[in-house]
Design a protein around this ligand. Structure first.
Ligand code: GLC
Length: 455
């Protein structure tokens, strides 16, 4: 642990901030932090997961926010619910795609903001199983992903745009509807329903590794959701489960002012990557996960072809890991239940890179070396992985390693790379010039990983 603290202080100096004195954390805070670390160990080693946004919103095919964006009434939305019949849905196919991409866990939307449930809840008929031959999408997802050896998680929306007792607050589709606002909303009824559904999920579906609650806003926060009693119940059934932080307000990609939470295990920056590893004011490393879309939408969107390239996805993953973070990459299956072809293509390209280079991702985290021009570092114990992402001139300097390098290889082929401490008159201390151009002149399309074993 000590080593890590030093590492983070130095990385803060690098980025120009100053930590002058270390405050001491309360015993309670430290004890909770140790628990968080213990619970999240497998998850922090896994680093790469799949997010799946699947629901009736795949029918209008304009993203999962369509009901809110277009201010649709429940009656207007009903035609999509009625039409939702994902005849091609095959969770085994999804699981194989995730596994082939090198992902180690997956999180499926059990209920999104529209309130339509992908699981066979006894507390509502507003669920896919009422029509889909009684099939329980959540159960099939869990079975298939577990069978592939992946850890499983469920996303559950705290917000509910369908429930009669959920008020028209925040981005509710009827937020501007004065008549709707006159209705009586019984918050306790909603809480009973919401807690009850979460209980169904954690009680009836075997081991759930992750619960992903979404999301808090304004005064709709942990108190309002009665998060404490909710989590007590969750932990009763699932003592080892790990939880995102959105039972409280989330801080996006902010890098300062964060603390390790008592009601969630990891932070959830969305569609962006923090600039430095996240630490609390005591220097403790905070577990975090960036979630991001492959195009611009979480839910299926027919006309959104703004796909990220496989190269960018690999760079994002390496970026996260180089700062002790995870990446949860989204797919939005269409209304027939198929992950879009383009998503599958990108995932399989990423998977090809992962096949050769996953050693530089799994179990890896930040290095205390200064970020170089040509890419990024990840590190695991005594092995530094130099991710060569951008073209350079001449030899590649892994500055800071100096004479501590024992062996240097190109990870993808295992070929040895020669190295020396000075090059073209540059004898500065800490130099490690790697003759990477012997293997290639440039990092190629993705990221050429150079494995540096330290003495
Ligand atoms: C946001 C959005 C939601 C999406 C989620 C993923 O909270 O409301 O649609 O599911 O982010 O992180």
């Amino acid at each position: 642990m000590k080593k890590k603290v030093i590492l983070f202080i130095s990385s803060f100096f690098v980025f120009g901030s100053m930590i002058t004195a270390q405050e001491t954390a309360s015993k309670e805070y430290q004890a909770n932090y140790q628990q968080v670390l213990k619970r999240t160990q497998w998850w922090r080693d896994a680093r790469f997961g799949m997010f799946i946004h699947f629901g009736a919103y795949a029918v209008p095919a304009r993203g999962e926010w369509v009901k809110s964006n277009e201010r649709l009434t429940t009656e207007q939305y009903q035609k999509y619910v009625d039409a939702f019949n994902p005849i091609d849905f095959d969770a085994k196919k999804w699981a194989k795609a995730a596994k082939a991409a090198g992902m180690k866990y997956a999180v499926l939307t059990a209920k999104h903001h529209d309130g339509f449930c992908m699981f066979d809840s006894k507390l509502t008929d507003y669920k896919a199983s009422t029509k889909f031959n009684g099939r329980d999408i959540v159960r099939e997802f869990l079975d298939a992903f577990r069978a592939e050896g992946l850890k499983v998680g469920l996303y559950y929306s705290l917000i509910d745009w369908h429930h009669a007792d959920y008020p028209n607050v925040g981005n509710h589709p009827q937020r501007d509807d004065k008549e709707y606002a006159k209705r009586k909303f019984n918050w306790d009824n909603y809480l009973t329903y919401m807690h009850g559904q979460v209980e169904e999920l954690v009680k009836n579906y075997g081991k759930i590794d992750i619960m992903w609650f979404d999301y808090s806003f304004d005064n709709y926060n942990s108190e309002k959701w009665k998060a404490k009693s909710l989590l007590q119940m969750v932990h009763k059934y699932q003592p080892d489960i790990i939880l995102d932080n959105r039972l409280d307000i989330n801080n996006g990609t902010a890098t300062t002012g964060r603390m390790v939470s008592f009601i969630g295990d990891f932070e959830t920056p969305e569609q962006g990557i923090p600039e430095v590893p996240l630490i609390d004011k005591y220097g403790n490393s905070i577990p975090w996960e960036t979630c991001l879309t492959l195009n611009n939408n979480w839910g299926y969107a027919e006309s959104d072809n703004n796909w990220k390239s496989p190269e960018l996805i690999v760079h994002c993953l390496v970026n996260c890991v180089s700062k002790n973070g995870n990446m949860l990459l989204n797919v939005g299956p269409d209304a027939r239940g198929n992950i879009p072809d383009e998503s599958i293509r990108i995932l399989s390209e990423v998977g090809k890179w992962m096949d050769k280079n996953n050693e530089s991702i799994y179990g890896c985290g930040a290095s205390n070396l200064i970020k170089p021009d040509w890419g990024r570092y990840t590190q695991k114990n005594n092995t530094v992985y130099a991710h060569w992402m951008y073209p350079i001139l001449g030899a590649l300097n892994a500055k800071g390693i100096g004479d501590k390098a024992k062996n240097v290889f190109l990870l993808s082929s295992g070929a040895e790379l020669s190295f020396q401490n000075s090059w073209w008159g540059n004898n500065e201390p800490g130099n490690l010039f790697i003759n990477a151009d012997k293997a290639k002149d440039s990092p190629g399309k993705m990221d050429a990983v150079i494995k540096i074993e330290l003495k």
